[in-house]
Design a protein around this ligand. Sequence first.
Ligand code: NDP
Length: 297
Amino acid sequence: MAKVIDGKGFAARVRGMVAEGVTGLKARGITPGLAVVLVGEDPASQVYVRSKGRMTVEVGMNSYEHKLPAETSEADLLALVARLNADPAVHGVLVQLPLPEQIDEARVLAAIDPAKDVDGFHISNVGLLATGQKAMVPCTPLGSLMLLRDHLGSLEGLEAVVIGRSNIVGKPMAQLLLGDSCTVTIAHSRTRDLPGVVRRADIVVAAVGRPEMVKGDWLKPGCTVIDVGINRLPPAEEGGKGRLVGDVDFASASEVAGAITPVPGGVGPMTIACLLANTLTACCRANGLPEPEGLTA
Ligand code: NDP
């Protein structure tokens, strides 16, 4: 049976390391600040923003929440982003996606100061990561990398297959694995013989958005599986809440893999922990101080 990788526990450790870093900065009179902007009333986004705010305060940082009505114009949102870019008390700026349709997402992401882009979505950070330079790294792939390093130690020379090529998970994940000297394959919806490709992998990262798609008999025995997917199954009874599952069929995969992340409790909690880690990193860089150890790519 596979070892179950405890993402929840590891995320708590990461937040503890961030809190220590914050204490060190406060001793120098610096308090890291994270600004989160939410436009509209998307229920899932409201939940994310609430937990981001709570955890930001728990690690000792300042949290600035900006809630704007759904009908906010692009110009007003860009003006707020410009104010946050210019505010020295703010070290990280995150605009919660998705945005209402009258606002061009790409234009807003491009307006965030790359040094404060704690989501790592700005094109400058994408380019820095792709060319192996210091970047702000997207939180979910960074969290997945931390779990892999913690479990495997060095990743050098390992075969990694990333399923999914999105800009927020698949592609940056592949860049990070390449940075750690894995031999990387990116699979997607047009990949031929996906099970055959996955069977080569020592590391499988599934970021597809299809419930329980990756089966145990696709896996090389002993491999490490990182399941990024978060999918809610239809409720068993009317009015109920469907179960959360990943992109990997946990029951069959855990018979074959050496280690696997569960859903929930795997990659999910690492995402917010890495957002806080990125805010600490941004604050250290802004103040010309050494970056926190073990919290960057
Ligand atoms: P996207 O929908 O943007 O990308 C999905 C990718 O999967 C695409 O590249 C697509 O290929 C590929 N794909 C779809 N169907 C198949 C298939 N049958 N076989 C092989 N590849 C396929 O999703 P995201 O990257 O944004 O998210 C992926 C999953 O991760 C979702 O479940 C999401 O909820 C979850 N997630 C979890 C986070 C966390 O904090 N744990 C954070 C972000 C996402 P193609 O490009 O060819 O269409």
